[in-house]
Design a protein around this ligand. Structure first.
Ligand SMILES: Cc1cc2nc3c(=O)[nH]c(=O)nc-3n(C[C@H](O)[C@H](O)[C@H](O)COP(=O)(O)OP(=O)(O)OC[C@H]3O[C@@H](n4cnc5c(N)ncnc54)[C@H](O)[C@@H]3O)c2cc1C
Length: 564
């Protein structure tokens, strides 16, 4: 058993700040566990003991492939840099405690640095051996995994090792960068140049002009001017380096629930697996504030939390994840298959699992594109809700995602106006949501209604809708318009290679090929489709996860036809 008799590992607490039970750094027994002597002895067999002088850098922010360190004697001080570039120690890893966090499971750049605070005796475990440790010693692996997840939550909460986005909080580009970092669990904060009193000084200090905003400022004070997501991901080390000559057993396109499930099962069953994801793990589910119908989570779970766990699980088993890169083409006649990415690189794999899901449908209203991200949103998470706090919100759509958004936003904004084209919700929405919507005083349901006009300067601030039966029009000042009217498949990259149905979904099973080896086989041998992107699929998290899990059996049969 691990015990927690250690002096506090989190510096601020000792400095006398108030204890906040929601702060993972304060949950010392889990976040900075002190292992038993028996566990330390077991761990030591996976690595080698080293002696460090005081003030030796053990690892630095920006390093990749950092090893696992367990302190036998002495201390590793974990630090980042303050705005004057001075090192600030925020945690200490002492005897029988270990350093590291989630980036030990991938090849990204680490976020913070570690140095010895006194002469120290430390066990170093190399990456490959660390993986072996986690899978062969499940009791220790569980403690490490929990600590790593909590440490990442702490880094995000305290913005340790993170970046600053400087720009108007409501601008589409600020939101684009913020969404990417949030959904990839990268520590960051936004300095709103329209509201934050410190913003003027910041702009002056970095010699920034308003038309250059937003910018991203890294801890070493580099300034990225309104970067593309791929450029930002490359710059801050979120992009993994991998050898483009590697031939993977399976490449998964998309890290939504279906793709992540395929990655977990493929990697855990020994297949060399890579997942290519254009934005962030979680897909559509990652934009859901609360999924209440996924088995095993009776009080619901946010899509992002579910995706975060699944990503760590896949990486724990050795799956590689290439985020911020989109597949733009598949070389169907190549053997092995080659996926062409939007940075002109390629990934080769013997089998492909297509899990590229779907993207939101838009409304045909004048000025719509101008307000996308500037008041028009497709997800209702804490971030979007915060942008319309104290104001009214309009939701368009009558499906479950619209229903969840209405219930969630009703607790966060002044009032929710829900617009549907039909007469009621019963045919399109789960009954539990219908009852909550009808029972809420803060939600008004507008049947037979559609948006006819949008107005605002830079941000959308007024919406007009019309009752199609009476032709009466209503105009309201609003803080946000949430468009939740379904989705179209992400398959333009597959045109000319895979058989698609009239709406563009991937045709699978016997409808795709007479010799299909699985219900998920596409028209090409060794290429499978799962989740929302598959023609005729049930568009749910659970079904996507189920399909992603079972397709791996077909992949095994394809790769090794002689086995069973
Ligand atoms: C707001 C909202 C709430 C929802 N709530 C629920 C709920 O409560 N319960 C429920 O069961 N279902 C819910 N759903 C539906 C559920 O989220 C989807 O059915 C599920 O996410 C589908 O999973 P998927 O993996 O098939 O595809 P997606 O989730 O669409 O994921 C596809 C992934 O592929 C990536 N991608 C696309 N094209 C490319 C490319 N060319 N290259 C690389 N990557 C690419 C995308 O960025 C995305 O991350 C909700 C959906 C939304 C939008």
């Amino acid at each position: 058993m691990a015990s927690d008799e250690s002096p506090s590992s989190y510096r601020s607490r000792r400095a006398g700040t108030e204890v906040d039970p929601a702060d993972p750094y304060e949950r010392e027994a889990q976040t900075f566990p002190r292992l038993s002597a028996e566990m330390v002895a077991r761990i030591a067999t996976y690595g080698s003991e080293e002696r460090f002088e005081a003030n030796t850098i053990v690892f630095s922010r920006g390093d990749r492939g950092v090893d696992f360190f367990l302190v036998l004697e002495g201390v590793i001080e974990i630090f980042d840099y303050d705005e004057q570039s001075q090192p600030q120690v925020f945690a200490e890893v002492r005897e029988r405690q270990f350093a590291g966090e989630l980036d030990l499971f991938n090849d990204r750049q680490v976020l913070v640095s570690g140095r010895t605070g006194e002469p120290s005796r430390i066990v170093r475990i190399k990456r490959a051996d660390f993986r072996r440790l986690v899978s062969s010693e499940p009791d220790i692996g569980e403690i490490i995994m929990r600590a790593f997840i909590l440490r990442r939550v702490g880094l995000i909460r305290h913005v340790h090792g993170g970046v600053i986005i400087v720009g108007p909080a409501h601008s589409a580009d600020t939101l684009r960068l913020q969404q990417f970092l949030s959904r990839n669990a990268y520590p960051h904060r936004v300095l709103d140049t329209e509201r934050d009193p410190d913003a003027g000084g910041f702009l002056e200090c970095f010699e920034l002009k308003a038309d250059e905003l937003p910018v991203v400022i890294t801890p070493d004070h580099r300034v990225l001017r309104n970067p593309s997501l791929a450029d930002m991901a490359d710059d801050i080390g979120l992009t993994e380096n991998f050898d483009h000559e590697t031939i993977f057993d399976v490449a998964v396109i998309g890290a939504g629930p279906a793709g992540l499930a395929a990655a977990v099962y493929a990697a855990s069953e020994g297949l060399k697996t890579i997942v290519v994801e254009s934005l962030a793990p979680g897909g559509q589910a990652g934009t859901s504030s609360k999924i209440e119908n996924y088995l095993g989570f009776p009080t619901g779970i946010s899509g992002q939390a579910l995706a975060g766990r699944a990503q760590v699980q896949a990486q724990k088993f050795g799956a590689r994840l290439a985020v911020s890169r989109a597949v733009v083409r598949i070389d169907c006649d190549a053997a092995p298959y080659a996926l062409r990415l939007d940075d002109d690189s390629r990934i080769r794999a013997r089998a492909i699992v297509v899990a590229s899901g779907a993207r939101y449908r838009k409304l045909a209203v004048p000025d719509y594109e101008r307000f996308e991200g500037n008041g028009i949103y497709y997800a209702a998470t804490a971030m979007e809700a915060g942008l319309c706090a104290g104001e009214d919100a309009v939701i368009v759509g009558g499906g479950n995602s619209a229903g969840q958004a209405a219930v969630y936003l009703a607790g966060k904004v002044k009032h929710v106006h829900m617009l549907i084209r039909g007469a009621g919700l019963a045919a399109t929405m789960s009954d539990y949501l219908v009852q909550r919507i009808l029972g809420s005083e803060r939600i008004s349901l507008m049947a037979h209604s559609e948006i006819t006009a949008l107005a605002g300067d830079r941000n959308l601030c007024e919406v007009t809708w019309a009752d199609r039966k009476t032709s009466s029009a209503t105009t309201r000042p609003i803080g946000g318009l949430f468009v939740m009217i379904g989705a179209e498949p992400n398959t333009t990259w597959a045109e000319g290679c895979l058989a698609l149905d009239a709406q563009g979904f991937v045709v699978t099973g016997s409808a795709a090929r007479s010799d299909a080896d699985s219900p998920y086989s596409s028209s090409r041998p060794g290429v499978y489709a799962v989740g929302d992107v598959r023609s005729g699929s049930v568009k749910r998290v659970a079904s996507g996860v189920g399909e992603g899990s079972v397709v791996v059996q077909a992949v095994h049969r394809y790769l090794h036809p002689t086995i069973g």
